[in-house]
Design a binder for this molecule. Structure first.
Ligand code: 5RP
Length: 308
């Protein structure tokens, strides 16, 4: 029973001090509800407004791609350096310890493979399961201009609506068909459609020309994919220019986990994203960390295991 003996009138009303009502730090997110904002503030660092997401969901259509053959061995050591982990529910449940405290951006569409038309996806996670997994966001692939454009936008709408009911934001991922150019015109179209359909943040590719216009015309935060593996300095340069031109972070996979020294690389990417370190300085950081780092990338050998 609550103690009712010593009830006192409060004195600290701070009359005359207006209650603060600050704008939320992420663009386009000010009208969201508290839970949605709180989840976004787990994915994006409120101190910088940016994020380094580690994308390891490639297996959902590519199978055991290089660097992700054993997520329990190659990815778990990287998790402490990421702001968020983008992953499928299967990989999360089987290969990531539940003790990890990083926010999960849960891959929520799938249903095709590299052997077939990539845009033929469906919603692949029930919202109840996303809640059960404590997802901080849901990720949906959207294929503007591809065979199943309409269906993929429909998937986005369904996931946004389901997520809105639970306070879970949705990341729209712009999948670009092989036949389409990844230029500012296309990326501007795709990212804007995703935001207008209700995505709370959007993942897209960087383009050399006109990326600033793509970022400016997208009313929610944009993060860039790394794309295919590049030399480390080039990947850092791409991240630097993208941030400089308005991206709110990266959702990088192969350019981190396919490096010889992924732990060194993710720290160099963090320096670019969060500290706006110049690419050559970040590359020096990569090289110096690489000297001391254990090799966990694809060229590393199988770790020694004692028999139990
Ligand atoms: C598939 C995805 C991947 O998770 C992601 O784009 C891959 O990241 P990266 O290109 O950096 O390896 O969303 O479309």
């Amino acid at each position: 029973m609550p103690d009712l003996d010593d009830l006192q009138d409060g004195k600290n009303y701070h009359i005359g001090v207006p209650m603060q009502s600050n704008a939320f730090f992420l663009k386009g997110s000010n009208s969201l509800d508290w839970g949605m904002k709180n989840r976004l503030a787990r994915v994006f660092n409120p101190a910088t407004g940016r994020t380094v997401m580690l994308a390891v969901d490639h297996g959902y259509f590519q199978g055991p791609t290089t660097g992700l053959e054993r997520i329990d061995i190659s990815i778990v050591p990287l998790v402490p350096y990421a702001d968020a982990l983008m992953i499928t529910r299967g990989a999360l449940r089987t290969s990531i310890p539940a003790e990890m405290s990083k926010p999960v951006v849960l891959r929520a569409t799938g249903g095709q493979s590299i052997l077939k038309e990539l845009s033929n996806e469906l919603v692949a996670v029930d919202i109840e399961d996303a809640v059960r997994l404590n997802a901080s966001a849901l990720a949906v692939q959207v294929y503007i201009g591809s065979a199943h454009e309409h269906q993929s936008i429909g998937n986005l709408v369904k996931v946004v609506d389901a997520g809105n009911r639970q306070g879970i934001p949705t990341l729209a991922v712009t999948g670009v068909g092989k036949e389409l150019a990844r230029d500012a015109k296309y990326l501007g179209l795709a990212t804007r459609i995703c935001a207008e359909m209700g995505a709370h943040f959007v993942k897209t590719y960087f383009c050399e020309k006109g990326f600033a216009r793509v970022a400016a015309a997208c009313p929610v935060p944009l993060v860039i994919a790394g794309g295919k593996k590049l030399p480390e300095l080039e990947a850092l340069q791409m991240a630097y220019v993208a941030i400089d031109q308005g991206a709110a972070g990266v959702d990088m996979g192969r350019n981190i986990f396919q490096c010889d020294a992924p732990i060194a690389m993710i720290q160099a990417v963090r320096a670019v994203v969060h500290d706006q370190e110049k690419p050559d300085k970040a590359y020096e950081l990569y090289l110096s960390l690489k000297k001391d780092a254990p090799r966990t990338g694809p060229s590393a050998g199988v770790p020694n295991r004692s028999r139990s």
